[in-house]
Ligand binder design. Structure first.
Ligand SMILES: NC(=O)C1=CN([C@@H]2O[C@H](COP(=O)(O)OP(=O)(O)OC[C@H]3O[C@@H](n4cnc5c(N)ncnc54)[C@H](O)[C@@H]3O)[C@@H](O)[C@H]2O)C=CC1
Ligand SMILES: O=C(O)CCC(=O)C(=O)O
Length: 420
């Protein structure tokens, strides 16, 4: 991760989108900087009685369109710049989907795999204690991201309830169903991307039987593998942080998931024609559809030219650098951009928040139907905008979001209300 320049890189997409709109200078001034980022050193008791501290952040990038919304990441390489960049992307993602939210994000710099379950719970509760004045159902609403889960969201919701003295499920989404989570949030990130590909399959030249390579095999990667495999796509290569496995005839997704539960997808190597591949080679595998579903900057100046896929579905946030975008455009590779492609997660988080506030819970079929409608509506609008303006889908997604943000900034007038 090139964290130092991450936000500047992300802002180049804003500048590019601004060229296609007649915007007041105030709009760009407002969106160029995070509104507030809070940094806290969390201190927890370890199982052996010692104390250990961890750096943690929460950024509320922009709240013009509503309370800030975005996940919390537990990762050893997380930095403040990464959190601010992810929060910037959330601002645009929520606007792309027309959700009544601004953008936020949080992180703890930790490798959660080195903690016991009890230590992980203490760390999750410590995060909420530290940020309890920043989060809130009408202020800032966290959710899961890399290496956080529904179990962690449940602990966090429970901690918030004990701080404020009443159950407040709408403060956090991605919770366990038993604590007010929504049906369908578990696979929503992948499902949104899947609905988008289904909708655009003809224009993208994709059909059942197409070969798919997936980078990252967590929530987003596993669920997209399952959904595509059930639809007749052939999953030929999959990677996780330990390495990659490859089978040109197709990998068995259930077996991949079992191997991942044991430790890593690489555990499948040696069986049924499955070979190990250096993880870096995944990007250049022969396939029609490449799905980055891990971390930022995985496709860059150094490897973009080797991509053979016709289409890239960005389930990860920021997996392509701006330099990679340029190289891929010259190769006519279509990129379904993160702020649209992975927006299924936050969209079903929004449904969860709505259900929490209404106290009425929807069947999973309703969640799926509403998600499909929204992915298709915004996907179609962005496709048409890109075609009419002769720009990439990424630029069109930013133009689409920026015009909504600009309207909201203007509507607020000069004295924007800040809930503080
Ligand atoms: N969970 C969610 O609701 C959403 C997640 N995203 C994004 O999707 C991406 C993945 O997130 P999740 O699946 O939720 O995380 P996760 O924690 O469930 O899984 C992450 C996966 O990435 C793998 N990984 C880590 N480093 C890697 C590397 N260098 N090469 C290959 N694989 C590597 C891990 O082994 C793991 O399988 C992130 O960019 C996240 O921000 C985006 C929208 C929503
Ligand atoms: O579900 C949410 O609220 C946010 C998910 C997230 O962090 C993301 O879309 O990157």
């Amino acid at each position: 991760m090139h964290a130092a320049s991450m936000l500047d890189q992300a802002l180049t997409r804003l500048d590019e989108a601004a060229r296609h709109l007649a915007l007041d200078a105030d709009v760009l001034e407002k969106l160029k900087y995070p509104r507030e980022t809070t940094k806290v050193r969390l201190m927890i008791r370890m199982d052996d009685g010692s104390r250990k501290s961890f750096m943690a952040w929460r950024c509320r990038y922009d709240d013009t369109r509503g309370p800030t919304k975005g996940g919390i990441r537990f990762h050893p390489a997380s930095t403040m710049e990464e959190v601010e960049t992810l929060a910037f992307w959330m601002t645009f993602k929520c606007a792309v989907m027309n959700l009544p939210y601004g953008g936020g994000k949080g992180a703890v710099q930790v490798d959660p795999h080195t903690l016991s379950k009890a230590e992980l719970e203490r760390l999750s509760r410590a995060y909420v204690q530290a940020f309890s004045k920043i989060i809130g159902p009408d202020r800032d609403i966290p959710a899961p991201d890399v290496y956080t889960s529904s179990m962690i969201m449940g602990w966090m919701a429970d901690e918030y309830a004990s701080i404020v003295g009443e159950a407040t499920p709408a403060v956090i989404t991605g919770k366990p169903i038993a604590l007010g989570g929504s049906l369908g949030r578990d696979d929503a990130t992948a499902r949104g991307g899947y609905y988008l590909v289904q909708r655009l399959a003809q224009q993208l030249g994709l059909e059942s039987g197409a070969r798919v390579a997936i980078q990252g095999f967590g929530n987003a990667g596993q669920n997209i593998a399952r959904l595509f495999a059930a639809d007749g796509y052939r999953i030929v290569t999959v990677s996780d942080s330990k390495g990659a496995v490859h089978n040109p005839s197709g990998l068995d997704v259930e077996k991949l998931m079992a191997a991942k539960r044991r430790e890593s997808v690489t555990g499948l190597a040696g069986s049924d024609g499955v070979s190990i591949l250096p993880a870096d080679d995944l990007v250049s595998v022969d396939c029609e559809l490449l799905v980055p579903a891990a971390l930022e900057d995985m496709i860059h100046e150094g490897n973009a030219a080797s991509v053979k896929a016709r289409v890239i579905l960005e389930l990860a946030n920021g997996p392509l650098t701006p330099e990679a975008d340029e190289i891929l455009a010259t190769k006519n590779i279509v990129v379904l951009p993160d702020i649209l492609a992975n927006a299924g997660g936050v969209t079903v988080s929004y449904f969860e928040w709505v259900q929490n506030r209404g106290g009425y819970y929807w069947p999973v079929e309703d969640v799926h139907a509403r998600l499909k409608t929204m992915m298709e509506r915004e996907g179609d609008a962005i496709w048409v905008l890109a075609r009419d303006k002769g720009i990439t889908l990424r630029s069109a997604a930013y133009v689409h979001a920026l015009s909504r943000l600009a309207c909201a900034i203007e509507a607020h007038g000069t004295q924007q209300f800040f809930a503080s």
